[in-house]
Ligand binder design. Sequence first.
Ligand code: SF4
Length: 302
Amino acid sequence: MENNVFSFPRVGKYTSVFCHLLENLGLKVLPPPPITEQTVKLGVRHSADMMCYPFKITLGNFIEAIEQGANSLIMFDSRGRCRLRHYWMLQDLTLRRLGYQFKLYPVSFSNLLSLIKKFNPELSYLNIFKKLKQGWGELRKGEGPAPTISREKVNLGLVGEIYTCLEPAINLDIEKKLNLLEVNIFNTVRLSDFIKASLRLDYREKRTYKRRAKNYLNGRLGGHGLENIYNSMYLIDRGIDGIIHLLPLSCMPETTIEPILDKICADHNIPLLRLPIDETRSEINFDTRLETFVDLIKRRKK
Ligand code: SF4
């Protein structure tokens, strides 16, 4: 695979960790280009109108990566219950229709090792495991420690769709905006938690909340639906001052849990701000809603 140049969609602060991991595995990597208005336009132009916003962004990101020289694309296959499991197939179809020459590799937790071995047959499984462990360490280090509730500052929990919560280009850099408003942020969406949950290594964590959250759903939902319900309950019990629900318009799991989050927050008298995002979002409107929400909580806290 000497002539392969790998790329993948950007994923916030984790982008550099993945680039480093792929290089460490002996692969040639093109760091995914930054997400700009042009990326959004490309993704929107070649996607179905009602497709989720993360699909459009990752498609735009792939187009730009191919145009900059990538010929081997890596896309996560969730094997889950929402549209994410179909992204790679639809993107493969769309990019071929556009005439691009490339190979797209869906990666899931079940094919990860065999795929790496295929990319670099010289690596032994032991070496692959060591490099993955090293990547895991970097990923955890980049996330930093979990924050604690502050008595002086406003404490806000962020829940929502995974890509929208992780990628600043999509969420309009909400964490930076909240930092400027001196908010103590609890972003409940962390990639390490997602990996642990996918590998079923988190069964001891927040067990009571997971049990309580299941009472609101008639079976499995997919995406981060269940996680957002139990994380909201967890944060409320720890004294959070308010919750922000970030979701891409038309997202199935997040739309489904809207009335559930509304009820949980209303029952505990916790303010909830819902911010749906897609390519038509206005940053001024977004900022105004955010500032008003924070002001309201600051006054309430006094
Ligand atoms: S979680 Fe929502 S936005 Fe993400 S792939 Fe599923 S339906 Fe689309």
